[in-house]
Design a protein around this ligand. Sequence first.
Ligand code: 5AD
Ligand code: FES
Length: 383
Amino acid sequence: MDYEKLIDILEREHDLSEEQWRAVIGAQKFTGSVSGSQVSTLRDWAEVDTETDSETDIVDNTYSVVKYANDKARNIARKVFGNRIYIRGLIEISNYCRNNCYYCGIRRDNKALVRYRLTKEDIMECAKQGYGLGYRTFVLQGGEDGYYSDEVMCDIISSIKKAYPDCAVTLSLGERSRESYKRMYEAGADRYLLRHETGDKDHYQTLHPDEMSYDNRIECLWTLKEIGYQVGCGFMVGSPGQSVDHLVKDMKFIKKLEPQMVGIGPFVPHHETPFANETQGTYEQTLYMMSLIRIMLPEVLLPATTALGTINPRGREMGILAGGNVLMPNLSPVSVRKLYELYDNKICTGDESAECRNCLNSRVQRIGYEIVTDRGDAPSFVR
Ligand code: 5AD
Ligand code: FES
């Protein structure tokens, strides 16, 4: 099978048949398991000296399908976004959650967790600090916490928009009603992140208790789109039970939804969950899937996630070099950061936000990119 040809077709047509997807996605698993050269290439790069590495360090002449996809995706992102990296200030507003997803550290059955929620004043203070540091998007993320009624949320959203009219507000608050999504949009929210988690209904049910519904989740995404939000979906790479066929369905679903944003990161086990002993996703596969998404949707906003940075010290840099163009550092108050642990060993839970900002600056500069002060909307999106 000529995988390069298939990736070329993907670049040209922005889609593949199911069979072609299966071959392309399966190719990584195959090369990975025989320790293909691309895997060691990436690994070597991950370990190079942080002071001297550059984009060229991961680019050697070794052939591999992963490298081929990474290179192509990086070039596409360069064409669309130049060397500009967008940043989003992530404010984790609450770790209360009514849900019980088997993978997630803030699931309601995690009795070991100290719960917190931020007040409007706390959130405004985070935004103020973030604005000063150059953030022009604030992401309000939290568990599904009944405290944040539409009224409470609309007040917070409109206050942020009023104080910082040049900023975008992104919400990541899980499943809510159409009415609720609509009200928050009307209050000024610009974007909504809701990972679909997996494109396969049966697989979804193995990751979530029966009380959660795949159909409802997908319905929410279509509703958000219809209302006018810039929408982000996404999934975990290497979640328990995930097969190549599931990933094919992920790609098919993403293609159909045509979201403005796609968030993917490796599954990382959390010790207080039913998946505590499951295997974590690999960063090779995460990078590969990121690249395929970039090639399929050239203009999509694609973060190099904190989870990717957690499983590999250079994960976020490599995510950028594999086609990512967004970073989402933590702006939450330092006092609560450790409490928003969706998975074990999450990075940047101890730093001041200013430190994170500087740290990210130098990280992206070292690989030839720059962080910009910009809302960073999807290129062709008009509200
Ligand atoms: N590992 C990786 N990602 C996780 N998420 C939740 N739990 C984990 C985990 N253990 C992701 C989910 C969710 C997003 C907010 O975080 O995909 O949608
Ligand atoms: Fe947070 Fe580097 S990004 S410390």
